[in-house]
Design a protein around this ligand. Structure first.
Ligand code: MG
Length: 232
């Protein structure tokens, strides 16, 4: 059965993302170095992100609120307003960071768009931020559909691949997150193509579906056209 629809993840699949979180977390740690050690701070922040993800969703705004919550916690409520203000500023810097495409991303999207496949962007994160990045990437015109979703579950993939394509069993999802891009897409019946990125957020880890006949790993997007041709 031929693959007719190809979904691309956005962050750390087409363009850099996690590196900005890492840099921001370094700046956050500098702001609070008088109050706590780095390991404790990182642990508390991750705990806060885990607690908040169901309320705020994925993206920078929720991350900013988690940083503020963590700052209040580790200072026992004594964090100065000047530090809160700096946290807001470093978060706003993230919302302005220039888009940096990953190697082969542009060529891969264009190659898939030029073939007979329907090409989709499927991403989590803040609506405005993802729209901004997609606009700046210059790639928007190559996508037949853009889905910015609150969670990437098998049901969500099933709906998207039915609405935009010929169902999940004739679709492929390509992304850097085992937990969000690969495992749920395969659970929905699609192909799941993992393109690992060297930085990964702790909350995106999952066991790979080793041995599954619809699971593949690519070193980079440069090999995607060949893989798609091979699968058919
Ligand atoms: Mg990603």
């Amino acid at each position: 059965m031929k693959v007719t629809t190809i979904g691309f993840d956005a962050d750390d699949t087409l363009w850099h993302n996690e590196r900005f979180y890492v840099l921001t977390q370094d700046r956050f740690a500098d702001l609070l170095s008088d109050y706590t050690d780095r390991t404790t701070l990182d642990e508390r922040l991750l705990d806060s992100e885990k607690r908040n993800i169901g309320h705020y969703g994925y993206g920078i705004k929720g991350f900013m609120l988690s940083m503020i919550e963590t700052a209040i916690e580790v200072t026992d409520g004594r964090v100065p307003a000047t530090v809160i203000n700096r946290i807001l500023e470093i978060g706003q810097d993230m919302l302005r960071h220039p888009i940096e495409l990953l190697p082969h991303a542009e060529a891969a999207v264009k190659a898939m768009a030029a073939s007979h496949h329907r090409v989709l962007l499927i991403t989590k994160g803040d609506l405005l931020d993802q729209e901004r990045k997609l606009t700046e990437s210059g790639l928007w015109e190559y996508f037949d559909g853009v889905e910015i979703v609150s969670e990437k579950s098998p049901d969500v993939y099933g709906r998207i691949f039915s609405e935009h394509g010929d169902g999940a069993d004739r679709a492929m999802m390509v992304g850097n997150s085992m937990k969000s891009d690969v495992v749920p897409a395969i659970a929905a019946g699609a192909w799941g193509i993992h393109v690992p990125f060297h930085l990964a957020w702790a909350l995106e880890a999952a066991e790979p579906p080793e041995g599954h006949d619809r699971y593949r790993v690519l070193d980079d997007l440069g090999n995607l056209p060949e893989l798609v041709a091979e699968i058919g």
